[in-house]
Design a protein. Structure first.
Length: 182
């Protein structure tokens, strides 16, 4: 059993993932990208139809300003969400992680979450973090900076053993038994 106290990932360690969930990652971005792409197409269409009647740099300035405002509004929305998450009762608490053969336990004093290894699609090791792929919207992050070399090796060994036994990710395609549906 491995216990990690005071787990609070930094903003860099909580960066968005780019791989692991396949097409859903890119499909999830479409609602954010379609408006700016439509705006760009509109600007280009207006410029082509006007055939030089518009002042120079009007359309390109419009497109650049629209893109900049779109990016800034996204950053503002992200910052607002993060600020509100910090205000939540559990938002500023440190987490204690316990990892063993059965799964992961996250505890912060006000809530305890248990996750069986069958509910983890995969574990990805990156240079500064271990990423546990649970669902597209829930990917717990364990920073490597909280671990010593022995713990990193022990976690790698545990993950290898779980993959070999078929328990890691075994519940991802779970089909309810008739008794589970009631």
């Amino acid at each position: 059993m491995m216990v990690f106290e005071k787990v609070v990932p930094t903003a860099q360690e909580m960066r968005p993932i780019r791989r692991g969930w396949g097409l859903i990652h890119w499909v999830g971005f479409l609602p954010g990208w379609i408006p700016i792409l439509a705006l760009m197409m509109f600007g280009i269409t207006v410029d082509v139809l006007a055939r030089g009647a518009l002042p120079p740099f009007l359309v390109s300035g419009f497109l650049i300003a629209s893109f900049a405002l779109w990016r800034l509004s996204g950053r503002l929305a992200q910052k607002t969400c993060m600020d509100e998450a910090r205000k939540a009762p559990v938002g500023g608490l440190d987490w204690c992680w316990t990892i063993d053969e059965q799964g992961l336990v996250f505890d912060n004093g006000l809530q305890v979450n248990r996750l069986d290894w069958r509910g983890v699609k995969a574990v990805r090791e990156e240079t500064d973090r271990f990423l546990f792929l649970v669902s597209p919207g829930n990917n717990p992050v364990l920073p490597v900076r909280l671990m010593d070399a022995g713990q990193v090796d022990a976690l790698r060994g545990l993950i290898t053993g779980l993959k070999a036994s078929g328990r890691l990710g075994a519940g991802v395609d779970y089909v309810a038994r008739p008794s589970d549906k009631t």
